[in-house]
Design a binder for this molecule. Structure first.
Ligand SMILES: Cc1cc2cn([C@H]3C[C@H](O)[C@@H](CO)O3)c(=O)nc2[nH]1
Length: 224
């Protein structure tokens, strides 16, 4: 049993493209009594003191990308540093995917001016040096862009209504290079890959396998 507050919980980042089923995945684990799940704070991005930063970013990424991604970085840092009273902390995405997938995509596709990217990257590097945003396991919900594009459109989040397949293909590639081919940025934890193209009904077995692998990993952590 974890004693209160003096050692860090086993921290998991659930990563994946838009529409890859992260929220559904988290809901399954939220039901377990030794897990605290921290959903991506989308609602904080959609209503910031009267402004919708998410909508601003999608409507004019080169003007508002920095504004949105700076606030994403702040809200994710807040979740990374939030103490939890249970042995396992499961986060939807992380400050790492913010930088290595979303910011990287905006900058490399010319949607984010270089000075904005540099300022964000300087913040990111300082945070990594001065705060504990480490994880113990990454669960990568691996999908194909076509599948998640269809899901995204059927979910019909207003701000995402004009997100083209091309944007999801680029985001997919950044996730792949980072978490699957391991040929771009530093991977902050071991990666468990799950085929998330499947329909929800087919995922039940994967959830159970995942639970078993997580409890093994937690047990091994205790032994180290
Ligand atoms: C960490 C992180 C999450 C995240 C989400 N998003 C977008 C993708 C979706 O349209 C929406 C909710 O995930 O926010 C983004 O542009 N940059 C992000 N960075």
């Amino acid at each position: 049993k974890m004693s209160k507050g003096n050692s860090k919980p086993f921290t998991i980042f659930v990563e994946g493209n838009i529409g890859s089923g992260k929220t559904t995945f988290l809901k399954h684990f939220a039901a377990l009594d030794n897990v605290v799940t921290l959903a991506e704070p989308v609602d904080r991005w959609r209503e910031v003191r009267g402004e919708n930063f998410l909508d601003l970013m999608y409507s004019d990424p080169s003007r508002w990308g920095i504004t949105f991604q700076t606030y994403v970085q702040l809200t994710m840092l807040d979740l990374h540093t939030k103490p939890v009273e249970r042995p396992i902390k499961m986060m939807e995405r992380s400050i790492h995917s913010a930088r290595y997938c979303f910011v990287e995509n905006l900058h490399s596709s010319g949607l984010m001016p270089n000075p904005d990217f540099i300022a964000l990257d300087e913040w990111f590097n300082w945070i990594l040096k001065n705060h504990d945003v480490a994880g113990n396991l990454i669960i990568y919900l691996r999908t194909t862009p076509e599948v998640v594009h269809k899901r995204m459109l059927s979910r019909a989040r207003t701000e995402e209504s004009c997100v083209p397949l091309d944007y999801l293909q680029k985001l997919h590639q950044f996730h792949e290079d980072w978490l699957y081919h391991r040929k771009s940025f530093n991977c902050p934890a071991p990666v468990l890959v799950i085929d998330a193209d499947k329909d929800l009904e087919m995922m039940a077995a994967d959830f159970l396998t995942c639970e078993a692998k997580i409890s093994d990993a937690v047990a091994n952590l205790g032994k180290q």
